[in-house]
Design a protein around this ligand. Structure first.
Ligand SMILES: NC(=O)c1ccc[n+]([C@@H]2O[C@H](COP(=O)([O-])OP(=O)(O)OC[C@H]3O[C@@H](n4cnc5c(N)ncnc54)[C@H](OP(=O)(O)O)[C@@H]3O)[C@@H](O)[C@H]2O)c1
Length: 365
């Protein structure tokens, strides 16, 4: 009986020769190794490279990841910069960072190369530069960066929580050759600590060149967030600011007000109260500088603050209006019966202070 495959191991010259059975069966019929064989086909492997290594698939995967990975520089390696770096590093991107404070050890633990000098960092030619500096400092930082050391096609991304301001200063200070992507990941180290799944990521492609590699680079960058499950929302910077003042700024304000108020956990906390405690925890980790930046650099913030103030006053008015009604009833309806309760009501109406002589005078309508 003929062997199914015969091989003569020897040096590459002459090449290895294999004998494969050739079946005179129909093309639709699956090959079978059982019937007796009439013909043999001689195949010659002409190159040893034709043989696939055992880890061929994982090699392909690594190659694919490498082709998708970006060289990314983070400027401003504080709270948010480090938070971003964790995910970027896990996704296999090459990370560099610069900050005015030395974060060499933290950077090392996150797989990031830390530079003490922005000139050195820019000479490493990152493909993407992410601005993670505070809202208040970014304009000053932009004016001092040595952009001439970067490649002229570099993509500059910002993550500032206010977008019109960011867009305007980027357009003002960056060389025209650079691409600009304004973004706002609408989550942070607290709200996004376990997962980014379903969390909104807002972006505006402010200026992206027409070349294919520039278009694909911005898509690869956005893919960092899409891959984590973020809800990708493309909108203009102006639209973002309008929405953010009514949601993010109000959230931060309420978190800070409740923190000052001094919320404390209680053994009989309701679900609603738990939500308030979570809100305080979510916002208290952010710097006051960030909050102040939301107020100062979003032109819609002041209006929202005034609306909050008015809403609070309106609620108080409604409550005290009812109280006033009860008070009048006590004064005129049951003048004698309510006598004991009156001082308590008066105290409440005057915020705990003793009422003045005028205030207790009954109205003469
Ligand atoms: N925290 C969040 O949840 C969140 C979410 C989305 C977007 N963002 C945005 O991310 C950016 C960073 O936020 P953050 O949470 O890390 O806190 P932040 O207080 O707003 O910013 C801190 C960062 O700004 C740098 N910085 C401050 N003043 C500087 C100056 N005069 N010169 C140079 N650098 C200066 C700090 O550098 P050093 O550490 O070296 O001092 C640090 O890297 C902000 O633009 C914020 O709006 C934050």
């Amino acid at each position: 009986m003929l062997p199914l495959i015969s091989a003569k191991p020897q040096n590459l010259s002459p090449p290895l020769s294999f004998h494969f059975p050739l079946f005179p069966s129909s093309p639709t019929k699956p090959l079978s190794f059982h019937p007796p064989l009439k013909y043999t086909l001689r195949l010659r492997i002409r190159s040893i490279d034709a043989a696939q290594p055992y880890d061929y698939e994982s090699h392909l995967r690594t190659q694919h990841l490498k082709s998708q990975s970006l060289k990314i520089a983070i400027l401003g390696f504080g709270n948010f910069g480090q938070f971003l770096a964790k995910t970027l590093s896990r996704q296999g991107h090459t990370l560099l960072a610069y900050s005015r404070t030395k974060y060499t050890d933290i950077a090392k633990s996150l797989g990031v190369t830390f530079y003490n000098n922005p000139h050195d960092l820019f000479e490493s030619h990152p493909e993407v530069v992410i601005l993670c500096t505070s809202i208040l400092s970014t304009e000053k930082v932009l004016q001092t960066l040595p952009f001439q050391r970067l490649k002229r096609s570099t993509l500059i991304v910002d993550v500032l929580s206010v977008k019109e301001f960011a867009k305007n200063i980027l357009l003002k200070y960056l060389p025209v050759e650079f691409d600009i992507l304004c973004t706002h990941p609408m989550f942070g180290p607290e709200s996004g600590k376990n997962s980014w799944d379903g969390l909104p990521f807002v972006y505006d492609k402010v200026r992206i060149g027409n070349e294919e590699d520039r278009i694909s680079r911005v898509e690869r960058f956005l893919d960092v967030f899409a891959k984590e499950g973020c809800r990708m929302v493309e909108m203009t910077c102006a639209e973002h600011d309008r929405h953010a003042a009514g949601s993010q700024f109000v959230t931060h304000t309420m978190g800070r007000v409740l923190e000052r108020f001094g919320l404390e956990s209680s053994p009989i906390s309701t679900k609603g109260y738990g939500t308030l405690l979570d809100l305080v925890e979510n916002t208290s980790g952010d710097s006051f500088e960030l909050y102040y930046g939301l107020f100062m650099y979003n032109k819609n913030a002041l209006e929202q603050l005034e609306r909050l103030d008015m809403a609070f006053e309106a609620i108080k008015k409604e409550l005290f209006g009812k109280l006033h009604h009860v008070y009048r009833k006590q004064l005129f309806g049951n003048a004698d019966e309510g006598a004991e309760e009156r001082p308590k009501v008066q105290k409440l109406l005057h915020n705990g202070a003793p009422p003045s002589a005028d205030a207790v005078k009954p109205e003469t309508s």
